[in-house]
Design a protein around this ligand. Structure first.
Ligand code: MEV
Length: 411
């Protein structure tokens, strides 16, 4: 049987349709890339077209005991293959996840308060009443069981005077939460102004969703990695990231290669997830979002923890047929499940990068794909693509001009 990566796009689609129960209609969406220009025109302003990126499926993931196919949208070669390889080496056990409830923090800034401590006390005394006002019975999120749960306060002394900051901790269930929280805060701002005697300014969600953390972990056995020596090399690579911010930035970027690819496939706001991830990493000085340790048996234990503000419901997700398809391929309904898979993908991606970087380097695999791209760019078709790719690698000359020369010599 052919492996997934050896199949043609048509064969992969057939395989996926069988495994995930996709209809012909759903498969057609893969050609338009989720939205057409009419749909795009009502999503943002000044639309002139749609912009497409490759959509692939990562293989070999077993997460909390369930096999999962993971849709990934990314332009960078090697990322999907690396994640699939990283996951394969955890089999048969796979990954375990643990995800918080979907609590987002909405912030309200209050300025020009005469007595800030008195105002703060008033807010805390009236917390229940404020929460009641936040949780308007008519809103969908409240009907579904979500809503504001508590308020915390903070006084800031700034260059332009004192401010009182209210953090609203809101359970947004399966939504990303920005619209819910922002609307909630705007609706109660005049009540808060009366209560504090101040003026409310910013009313906005925080992307540092540190009460909405997703975690994943896995064990890579030393014999699967090629010996304890490889475990040691990966730990050395991790220590490098832990102790050097220049390396740590790239370490976390590699994690986000996986996380963002799934977040985009799910039609979510990847900038929000990026902001959350990097600010969380910087909480106590910028650190890696993953951790590695050697177990007593000499195996490698890896884990990840990061904020994951994503939803499985919401306007942009509903209007993108590829996002709907991605949810179906993934086989999830709740934001919590999807978040655990995002974290898992980030961990698999990071493990694969550290393994490659600390052993053979990443350019070998990377150049193979790059050579294929060059062959196609030079005009190779069908069987020629593979042969010219192979020749370029053998010649150690991966350029369009060399691909063109090889192509000319063949015809
Ligand atoms: C490239 O997109 C990602 C890596 O640089 C990550 C890393 O260095 O850990 C390979």
């Amino acid at each position: 049987m052919k492996k997934f990566y050896e199949m043609s796009v048509k064969e992969r689609r057939e395989e996926l349709a069988k495994k995930c129960g996709l209809t012909k209609e759903e498969l057609k969406n893969l050609d338009i890339g989720g939205i057409d220009v009419e749909r795009a025109d009502v999503m943002i302003e000044n639309v002139i077209g749609v912009y497409r990126l490759p959509l692939a499926v990562a293989q070999n993931f077993v997460i909390d005991g369930k096999p999962r196919l993971i849709p990934m949208v990314i332009e960078e070669p090697s990322v999907v293959a690396a994640a699939s390889n990283g996951a394969k080496l955890t089999l048969p056990d796979g990954f375990k996840t643990k995800v918080d409830d979907s609590i987002m923090i909405g912030q309200m800034q209050i300025v020009k308060i005469r007595n800030i401590s008195e105002a703060e006390k008033n807010v805390l005394k009236t917390e229940e009443k404020i929460l009641e006002k936040c949780n308007d019975k008519n809103s969908t999120i409240i009907k579904l069981g979500g809503g504001a749960r508590r308020i915390t306060t903070k006084q800031l002394k700034t260059a332009v005077g004192e401010m009182l900051i209210l953090n609203f901790h809101v359970d947004v269930l399966d939504s990303m939460g920005a619209n819910t929280v922002n609307t909630m805060l705007e609706n109660i701002s005049s009540f808060v102004e009366k209560l504090t005697g101040g003026k409310t300014r910013l009313k906005i969600i925080s992307n540092l969703a540190d009460e909405r953390l997703a975690r994943a972990e896995a064990l890579w056995k030393k014999e699967v990695l090629g010996g304890e020596d490889v475990v040691d090399k990966i730990i050395e690579a991790y220590e490098f990231s832990k102790n050097d911010i220049y390396r740590c930035s790239t370490h976390n970027k590699g994690i986000m290669n996986g996380v963002d690819a799934l977040v985009i496939a799910l039609g979510n706001d990847f900038r929000a997830v990026e902001a959350g991830a990097h600010s969380y990493a910087a909480f106590n000085g910028y650190k890696p979002l993953t951790k590695y340790e050697k177990t007593r048996c000499g195996d490698l234990k890896g884990s990840i923890e990061l904020p994951m503000a994503i939803g499985t419901v919401g306007g942009a997700i509903k209007s993108n047929s590829c996002a709907q398809l991605a949810l179906k391929i993934l086989g999830v309904k709740t934001a919590k499940e999807a978040s655990g898979i995002c974290a898992t993908l980030g961990l698999a991606q990071n493990f694969a990068a550290l393994k490659a970087l600390s052993t053979e380097g990443i350019q070998k695999g990377h150049m193979k794909l790059h050579a294929r791209n060059m062959a196609i760019a030079a005009g190779a078709k069908g069987k020629d693509i593979q042969q010219i790719t192979k020749q370029m690698i053998e010649d150690g000359n991966i350029t369009i001009s060399h691909a063109e020369t090889l192509l000319k010599n063949r015809s």
